[in-house]
Design a protein around this ligand. Structure first.
Ligand code: KE4
Length: 431
């Protein structure tokens, strides 16, 4: 559809620009890497988004991951409506918080105890402070291209919007905040072994995305996670898996279950809230009991464990546990990705595709993307043309080459056929 079919969005976006920086409440939505203006969404239903011009899109963003069950799942909506009858927030314990915590502890291998917060970023800042407080050490290891939220000490060569914005390390972060942050190359086993050989007993934690979503989807090479697990155990370093994106997505128990490597702590977000604002961090009781009020590492939050958000998360996770949609969802995703690969091959375009469960990225890059250095060579200009062509055909993709696409249980064979046909047309156009 031509941009005139999105004229209402364009007008309303100009209005937003007057009162919101960049017209968005998160730069990842700004279309900065793909040109044009964001589509203003009116509503979501199942696998579809509808914009304020009345256009329908097949949604492969799913609010950047939460909507594995699709928008407005009846069970999730009913649970939210039920909770709303009792009020919205009390700043006091509720049964719903215990129920969600028990559910997560039952599903996620490393979780013995968990603390709810309101975003993945809040989980990231808290889990770093906890690891440093528990070990008494300051140094942390992260990996280039991994994004753990806009945490001062972690916003160094971060992925996601930071990559797209081309400002890997944001202004406004004092040098002291990142002086103890060691940035290594994802999947480089020798480098992490060398780093531990030199600094092992000074390292508070290693934090990573067990399957990266924020440089596009990048899988751990065989042995990478296992090596980090061994080194952390050997040196008394806390192993943290950031499962904000992979949690309840690549398996019901997350990447730690799928790959059989159990961290000491993990971060959770997105699916855990079913679209409502929930972040969390959890793991071994011995470490989690260092957090206030039991221990002395401080962390707090007015709306943490908000009952409406808890109700949404409980319904989402219970539905996933009872229906186990993962095998079928994975098969659907593979049906789609095979179609995209054959479309790109037919068009003679250099490409690779990485997928895990129901998340994937079609890279405009002839190389298999295993690290940030390789992802940085993606043809982002060609991606921008692909994005716009798909948008015009009613396909809503993440607006950056450095993001993951997500499928939902609501996706149909008809949607998949439509998406592949659109890709065949667009990829021919952009050769
Ligand atoms: P939030 O603070 O956005 O809830 O979570 C931060 C975060 C932490 N860890 C991982 C692995 C993440 O993917 C994220 C957030 N992901 C981005 C998109 N890749 C959210 C979109 C946005 O920033 O608007």
């Amino acid at each position: 559809m031509s941009t005139s079919r999105r004229s209402h969005s364009e007008k309303e976006f100009q209005r937003a620009l007057k009162v919101i920086p960049g017209g968005v409440n998160s730069p990842a939505r700004a279309f900065g890497a793909v040109g044009g203006h964001p589509v203003i969404i009116d509503r979501g239903e199942g696998q579809y988004l509808y914009d304020i011009d009345g256009n329908r899109y097949i949604d492969y963003v799913g609010s950047w991951g939460p909507h594995i069950l699709g928008h407005r799942h009846p069970r999730v909506m009913a649970s939210i409506e039920e909770a709303l009858k009792k009020g919205t927030s009390f700043g006091a314990p509720t049964l719903l918080e215990t129920e969600l915590a028990e559910l997560v502890a039952d599903l996620v291998p490393c979780v013995e105890k968990i603390r709810m917060v309101n975003s993945g970023t809040e989980a990231g800042m808290s889990v770093i402070r906890l690891a440093r407080g528990f070990t008494g050490r300051d140094k942390i290891i992260k990996f280039a291209g991994c994004y753990h939220g806009h945490v001062d000490s972690l916003l160094v060569q971060a992925g996601s919007g930071a990559l797209t914005l081309g400002t890997p390390s944001s202004p406004g972060i004092p040098k002291g905040c990142t002086a103890d942050t060691i940035v290594l190359e994802y999947n480089d086993v020798d480098q992490i072994k060398d780093t531990f050989a030199k600094l092992g007993d000074q390292i508070a934690c290693v934090i990573l995305e067990p399957v990266v979503g924020n440089m596009g989807v990048v899988l751990p090479e065989p042995g990478f996670l296992e090596t980090i697990r061994e080194l952390c155990t050997q040196h008394g370093t806390v192993f943290i898996m950031d499962e904000v994106m992979t949690g309840f997505r690549v398996a019901l128990g997350g990447a730690q279950l799928r790959f059989g490597v159990t961290p000491d702590l993990c971060m959770l977000g997105k699916v855990i809230g079913g679209g409502m604002p929930v972040g969390a961090y959890g793991g071994k009781s011995e470490i989690m009991d260092t957090i206030s009020p039991v221990g002395t590492v401080y962390q707090a939050g007015t709306l943490s464990g908000n009952p409406i958000a808890m109700a949404s998360g409980i319904a989402t996770l219970e539905c996933l546990r009872e229906t186990n949609p993962y095998p079928q969802l994975e098969a659907k995703t593979q049906r789609l990705t095979q179609g995209l690969i054959s479309a790109a091959t037919k068009a003679g375009l250099p490409h690779t595709l990485a997928e895990c469960g129901s998340m994937f990225t079609l890279f405009f890059n002839p190389e298999k993307v295993t690290s940030y250095a390789i992802s940085a060579r993606n043809d982002t200009e060609r991606f921008a043309r692909y994005f716009q062509g798909m948008l015009d055909r009613g396909i809503y993709l993440p607006c950056s080459q450095f993001e993951a696409n997500f499928t939902s249980t609501m996706l149909t064979e008809e949607d998949i056929v439509h998406t592949i046909q659109a890709a065949e047309e667009v990829l021919q156009e952009i050769t």
